[in-house]
Design a protein around this ligand. Structure first.
Ligand code: ADP
Length: 261
């Protein structure tokens, strides 16, 4: 996309000698503008859905037409769950904007990835046992230390492992392993879940992109998790990629430099 400006070109004696045409390539600018307006539209839509529910169900309750206790309770539960979703959405949005604008610098220290992985498994143990998943972790006696921000590293791995739990059916398995090379550490998070269709693979790190909106909503997802993860990995000069086979499973690979350059 080009933006063109025309003007006369004068030679000696103010005689017009030609025309100057200045072309600016504004493809990038247009793309950014479009991304911003898409984002605003997405945010508005994501916020509108729970607000509509909260409003509708509370109006019905206030209207006094619901007399039995069980229905009242169901409606209140919906209102509560939708408020929780709003809360999560707003928190994720604020978080994303804070990391995108690099408001808080990394708080670097030596972080042992193995104990981090074990503590994440403990945090998620309830949903792991609810779905009877088999989780394999690196031996807790191992130690793999990198220089990073422990809160953010925790968030990266927590989001990825929570996703593999969410998108894996009952009785499935999750395998987390760590490999150390000369300068880097690779963390693999493998699941035997529903997988991601090939055409969606390049898009899952986009804000609000979900393969299956209904499924993500039901499991409480905001569609912002992987966008946040990608930013946090980038801020550590790391890299994230994924391999997936639909219906068979997904592997996320996160690579970090051992020392921050
Ligand atoms: P959500 O809140 O919807 O989980 P994310 O940004 O974390 O949002 O992930 C984006 C989408 O990527 C999900 O909606 C899901 O479709 C897909 N996805 C992420 N992780 C996995 C996984 N381990 N297996 C299958 N699909 C996944």
């Amino acid at each position: 996309v080009f933006d063109a400006h025309f003007g006369p070109f004068y030679g000696n004696g103010w005689k017009q000698r030609g025309v100057i045409i200045v072309l600016h390539d504004i493809t990038n600018l247009k793309r950014l503008e479009k991304m911003r307006s898409d984002f605003v539209a997405n945010v508005s839509h994501e916020l509108k859905t729970p607000v509509t529910s909260v409003k509708g169900f509370s109006e019905t309750l206030l209207g006094g037409e619901v007399n039995d206790e069980a229905t009242t309770r169901t409606f209140l539960e919906i209102i509560y769950n939708e408020s929780e979703r709003l809360d999560r959405l707003i928190r994720d949005l604020l978080h994303l904007s804070r990391i995108e604008n690099k408001v808080t610098p990394l708080n670097l220290s030596s972080v042992d990835l193995i104990s981090l992985i074990h503590s994440i498994e403990k945090t998620l143990s309830k949903s792991i046992s609810e779905k009877s998943l088999t989780v394999t972790l690196p031996p807790s006696t191992d130690e793999v230390t990198i220089e990073g921000d422990s809160d953010r590293l925790n968030q990266i791995l927590l989001n990825l492992v929570a996703n593999s739990i969410n998108y894996t059916g009952e009785g499935g398995s999750i395998n987390i392993s760590v490999e150390v090379t000369e300068f880097d550490v690779h963390i693999y998070i493998r699941d035997t879940g529903i997988g991601i269709p090939e055409e969606s693979v390049p898009r899952v790190f986009e804000r609000f992109y979900r393969v299956d909106k209904a499924r993500s909503r039901n499991s409480g997802g905001t569609g912002l998790g992987l966008a946040i993860v990608k930013h946090l990995v980038d801020s550590h000069q790391g890299d994230i990629k994924l391999d997936s086979i639909e219906g068979e499973g997904t592997t996320f690979t996160v690579t970090f430099p051992i020392r921050q350059p």
